[in-house]
Design a protein around this ligand. Sequence first.
Ligand SMILES: Nc1ncnc2c1ncn2[C@@H]1O[C@H](COP(=O)(O)OP(=O)(O)OP(=O)(O)O)[C@@H](O)[C@H]1O
Length: 725
Amino acid sequence: MAPPVDGDVDEAEREIAHEQAFVDRVYRQLETSTRNAEALAREGHGRGTLGHDGGLVERDAMVFQAAKRIATLNAAHEGLVFGRLDLDETKVRADGPRYIGRIGLRDENRDSLLIDWRAPAAAVFYQATAADPQGVVRRRVLRCAGARVTAVEDDLLDPEADGAGDLPIVGEGALMAQLSRARDRTMHSIVATIQAEQDKAIRAPSKGVVTISGGPGTGKTVVALHRAAYLLYSDRRRYETGGVLVVGPSGVFMRYIERVLPSLGETAVALRSLGEVVDGVRSGRHDAPAVADVKGAARMAELMRRLSRQAVPGAPHEFSVFYRDDRLTLSGRDLNQLRRQLLSQGKRNRQLPRVASTLLDALWRQVTGERGRARGKDEFVDTMLGDRAFVEFALTWWPALDATHVLRWLRDEELLGRVGEGVLSPEDRALLTASWTGRDDRDWSVEDVALLDELRYLLGDAPEKPHEDDPLAHLVDENMPELTTITDREFSRGPASTTRTEDDGYAHVLVDEAQDLTPMQWRMVGRRGRMATWTIVGDPAQSSWPVPAHAARAREEALGDKPRHEFHLSTNYRNSKEVYDFAARYAERVGLHADLPQAVRSTGVGPEERDVDDLHDGVRKALSELSGAVEGTVAVVVPVERRAEVAGWLESWTEHADDTRGDARHEARIAVLTGLDTKGLEFDGILVVQPEEIERESATGRATLYVVYTRATQRMLTVTTTQSR
Ligand SMILES: Nc1ncnc2c1ncn2[C@@H]1O[C@H](COP(=O)(O)OP(=O)(O)OP(=O)(O)O)[C@@H](O)[C@H]1O
């Protein structure tokens, strides 16, 4: 590209200065609006002292609204104004240019100063093209550092329009500038450069299920997050009250995306990795692939169903008591039959209020002595309810059950064999037992979380209100808070025990990396979205689940008959062309049938495959070169078995942090990750250690390696050695 001549520089500076004047005005207005919102909050607090209930309600509403507005205004500070539209002459004369920003603002006369990027009037900013300008003559992107305009980038969309010749055109294209920037450890919003095909998916109507497919780096994740922000804007009442749930593959991934929505002014969204979907349980640890395949399989639903119906291990097998002239006995057989009778009436925990009466009915039928019969059933019941042995028996025979407690029953191999009859092979049983043996009681894997959720629903919630005549009433937890909004719910998440299933539902569920959900995970996520609208994002070629047909069936069951709307993204914005060509060739070679997007940016530097004699030296040398060659982040991607070893080699590297251990230095530039950990992430440089071992790690190792090969924005290097370890 030719270097700019002096005249171009002057013109660009003039345009920047011109835009700066407008941006300054917007920031002044932002300050005024913030002050007004703060005054409103103070006034709201004042109303609380009026001394009547109405005052309090009014105060709460005012303070809440003001606090929300203040949060939005504060979040919008960075890159507040990013777009300008000059519309064709008639409109230009009527309205002046239209400025687009992260939020909408009005001036002191209540005239529109800045249009929220989600408003209908802003849509044309994203959808106009040279082929179809839709009335836009010039589209301008303002690049800012804080409140300072650093560059403007123009697209002349309609050179034939009246007045087009008077509009200066400067810059080299906002998209390329944005794509070439060095990466840090978090995803950024793309409000300024959303492309037309992406905009369609973002603004799709909220009915039913929107699926967004596309190959690596096409913006599926970032588009889905902007869609969440769009939905909150377009139907705030519904989505803020009902909640928006975003489910992603891992904690590292959730940290990577967590700033996008707040930067768009939205905080009312629950971001959960698959190991955190169930309230009260958190896991970031994956089982080995073979174990994960068993735990994720649809047949585990049947295993959980059977498990939820078992007698409590260790509970008494029979019960005997003397009443007047009779010895009354409930044998093991009787108890089994009573258990089945109770279970036939509904979920196990919901039967708690019926337990005592069911047992007492069975015992009363055995009272034949004259004294007993003569005094009648009421006295019998009173006597038994005062009988400590009876009450204790009832409590141990039918306690309120927690899913985590019940799943632990399966550590007993005999029980596992019994409930697994016809469902699990001996190999499956051995894998499950090994995965649970020697673990701390609260140490669950990500894959266990879906089993726990299945059990929670099978067991049901214990009744909320104690039953007045029920001696077992104190088993029931009365102190469950009533949760009304997503914010309440997020604040109330405690680590100790799982909460009520009835609080699980959301108004919108967004599933990222959907190709990786196992059937059991689809069941778990599906329960959160029974009444919801959905956004589902994925790329089948990147799937690490070995039986896609089973997952597809579970997904269809989760979504039910909600109407589907499909969107496909076709441009890879992440990888350089050189990196992506390498990955695409790999996908073709190993037969992944991948959806291959077009990469739009070239660096002139292709990936390098290096054979080394000594892996330790080879990795350190390669990392040193790579981290010198790129400005931003670097990932060293290793086979699972080599993770600790390689991380040890880099321990002294100051810029390195161990992400998967939740290292506090997760802002560090260099991370050591396994192939699966890299899902959804991106780095400027990728160093792949022993790629063939990553490929052999699991049945879907080739898909994992394809994911790894599609993570680099600038450079990629592979290091292989044939030396024995
Ligand atoms: N319109 C855009 N403008 C600027 N950057 C974009 C745009 N679309 C996508 N990107 C950038 O491209 C990169 C890839 O986006 P994203 O991670 O959302 O892709 P993806 O399709 O989810 O990828 P994968 O499936 O490989 O994980 C991100 O850095 C994102 O910010």
